[in-house]
Design a binder for this molecule. Sequence first.
Ligand SMILES: NC(=O)c1ccc[n+]([C@@H]2O[C@H](COP(=O)([O-])OP(=O)(O)OC[C@H]3O[C@@H](n4cnc5c(N)ncnc54)[C@H](O)[C@@H]3O)[C@@H](O)[C@H]2O)c1
Length: 359
Amino acid sequence: MSESTKKWRVAVIGAGTIVKYAHAPGFQRLPNVELVALCDVNEPRAAQLAQELCIPQVFADYQVMLAKVQPDIVVVATPNIFHKPMTEAALQAGAHVLCEKPLALTYADAKALFDQAAEQHRVLTVGTHFRFTPPMRAAKAHVDGGFFGKIYAARSVWMRRNGIPGFGSWFTNRELAGGGSLLDIGVHTLDRALYLMGYPQPMTVSGAAFAELGPRGMGLGGWGSDINRSTAGVRFDVDDMAWAFVRFVNGQVLQFQVSWASHFPEAFHTEIFGTEGGAYVSSRDKLELYTTLNGQEVTVQSPVQEAKVSSYFQLIENFVRHLDGDPSAEIVTRDQALLSVQIVDAIGRSAVEGREVVL
Ligand SMILES: NC(=O)c1ccc[n+]([C@@H]2O[C@H](COP(=O)([O-])OP(=O)(O)OC[C@H]3O[C@@H](n4cnc5c(N)ncnc54)[C@H](O)[C@@H]3O)[C@@H](O)[C@H]2O)c1
C-alpha cells in the first residue's frame, strides 16, 4: 500500500476534554484514518468516550496499549508532566506522534524528543493550532506578500479574567502541570507571534510570573475534566499570570502577556509592527491592517473568511496529509517547536531568578 492510500491507525492517550472535542472528532472526519484505541488511567471515562465515539479498544495502561495495538499514530493528551515519557514510548513503539502542548517542560527534554523522532524516522509535532485560524491565515498572507515591510516588533496577548482551567485538578498542581498560564495559553500566545515574525532566534528573555488570584480561589474557568467547583483546600502552586520581553538576534522584540485570571477585561490578539504597516490579529474573527497611503493614515478591515472547520481540525488534517507525503501540508516543525520551548523555558527561568536570561 502506498503512503497516500494508507489507512492510518490512531491510538489516543488521555480521554479528557481536548480529546473529546478536538482530537477524536478531528481524526474521525478524515477518511483515511481509523481511531483504534483509547487509553486513560480513569478507565470508565475512557470506556464512556470510546462508546460515544465508537472506538473499539480501551486501555488503562498506555504501555500495554502501545504493545498490543501497535498504532501508526499516537496522540498524547494527558497532564503535561506525562508528555515526555508517553511521547518517548510512542516513538519507541514506532508511531508518529501528535503531542499536546507543552511538548516538554524544558528545552533539553523537547530536543531529546525530536532527536529520538529523527533517529526513528518518525514525525513528531505539537498541538499549537492557532496558526490555522482565519485571521492568522490572512495575516500570514500579508506577511508573505510584504505588506508590513520589515517586522521589527510584536505584542502577543491572551489575558483571561476568569479562565483558570481544571481548578483543583492537575492543571493547578505543579507536580503534574509543570506550570500554569505560561505553559498552558502562553505556548499558543508565543507561537502566534513567532509564526508571524518568522521564528527569529532569541537573544535575551526577561520574564515575570505571578500567582495572586488562583491561590485565593478566584478566576475559575470552565475547562478541564476534573474541575473542582469548591475552592476549599484546592491546591494552586502554579502561575496565573506571566509577562515577558524578548529580544531577538535580528533586532526584533516581542512583548508577551498571558493570564488565566486577572482584574482586567479579556484580551486575545497579536499586534504586528512593521516599517510599512501594522496589524491587529484577533483570536478568531478580526484582522485590521494599518498603513500610510499618500501621506494619509489608512485602516483596512481585511475580510476574514469564516473557517469551514476549526483550527484544531485543520492542524490534524495537515498532520495526516504531511504523513501522506503532501508537500503542501503544514505542520509545526521541529525548529519551530524547539524555538518556542526555548523561549518559554527562559521566561520561566527568568521569572524564578528575577533577572534577564541570556540565550
Ligand atoms: N492545543 C490546545 O488548544 C489544548 C487545549 C486544551 C488542552 N490542551 C492540552 O491537552 C492536554 C490534556 O488537557 P485536557 O484539557 O484534555 O485535560 P483533562 O484533565 O480534561 O484530561 C486529561 C486526561 O488525562 C488522563 N490521564 C492522566 N494521567 C494519565 C496517564 N498516566 N495515562 C493515561 N491517561 C492519563 C486523565 O484521567 C484525564 O482524563 C494538556 O496537556 C493540555 O495542555 C491543549
